[in-house]
Design a protein around this ligand. Structure first.
Ligand code: ADP
Ligand code: MG
Length: 248
């Protein structure tokens, strides 16, 4: 659960971003507390991915401020790399290194970026692979395991950096239906363990069960930002009602 007394972990304030003439983030204000799980939903093209990418500056923004754990997001250089190391990201498309084993995928960044010894990184990687239910798969290559297993490796890889927050951008959207739950189970467990998470997803069951807040976006704006039980039972905006009527 969110630590109500602590400073927030992520604060976006009046953030704006265009792609050419397209205004994709419009005056975004968003606060994520420590241990909070914020689920971001909204129609395709509403700016959800851009919002995620802005949080670790994969997309630069034009105005507004973004702070992570009290530090303003630096524009570039070592300071940005340091801050990014604290922000784990899990994509729809897994993005594992195809020519590296599962174990190597999970140990690479801790050794290179965190300067951990190989032995220490491997010990921790095996622990994390066990935690995501993949202890028997350390020496396989991504092509030898299922999509659901690959996505769980991607989660273990993100966790191996001991991030302050994990960002998920539609982590189950590329998966066959029978594999979705094995990934959501891992995410539910992380939420329960107090991991701070920002999750873009269409999995409303996950949102209802694990989110502290649901953020509904449309055309680059945050339209609603409320606890899931309120949002799902009584959406305030017509746009949210319309969206929910289409997906539920
Ligand atoms: P969502 O994740 O909610 O589907 P996105 O954040 O991916 O939305 O995209 C928001 C809008 O910005 C969409 O209209 C999309 O086409 C546009 N867009 C996203 N990335 C780029 C880009 N690199 N260049 C131009 N337009 C983009
Ligand atoms: Mg998207």
């Amino acid at each position: 659960m969110a630590d109500e007394t602590g400073d927030p972990l992520i604060v976006l304030s009046a953030v704006n971003k265009h792609f050419g003439p397209l205004h994709v983030l419009r005056d975004i204000d968003l606060t994520v507390g420590r241990g909070e799980v914020v689920v971001v939903i909204g129609p395709s093209g509403s700016g959800k991915s851009t919002l995620c990418r802005a949080i670790n500056r994969l997309e630069p923004v034009e105005s507004g401020t973004i702070t992570i754990d009290g530090d303003p997001l630096p524009a570039e250089g070592k300071a940005l790399a340091r801050l990014r190391a604290d922000i784990g990201m899990v994509f729809q498309s897994f993005n594992l290194f195809a020519h590296k084993t599962v174990l190597e995928n999970v140990t690479l960044a801790p050794v290179k970026v965190r300067r951990r010894s190989r032995a220490e990184a491997e010990r921790r990687a095996r622990e994390l692979l066990d935690r995501v239910g993949l202890s028997g798969h350390a020496d396989k290559y991504p092509a030898q395991i299922s999509g659901g297993q690959q996505q769980r490796v991607a989660i273990a890889r993100a966790l191996a950096m001991d991030p302050k927050v994990l960002l998920f951008d539609e982590p189950t959207s590329a998966l066959d239906p029978e594999m979705i739950n094995e990934v959501l189970d891992v995410m539910r467990q992380l939420a329960q363990d107090g991991m701070t998470m920002v999750v873009v997803t269409h999995e409303m069951g996950f949102a209802r069960a694990s989110a502290n807040r649901v953020v509904f976006m449309d055309t680059g704006k945050i339209i609603e930002d409320r606890p899931p039980e309120e949002f799902f039972t009584a959406p305030r905006s017509e746009r949210a009602k319309d969206f929910l009527s289409k997906i539920l």
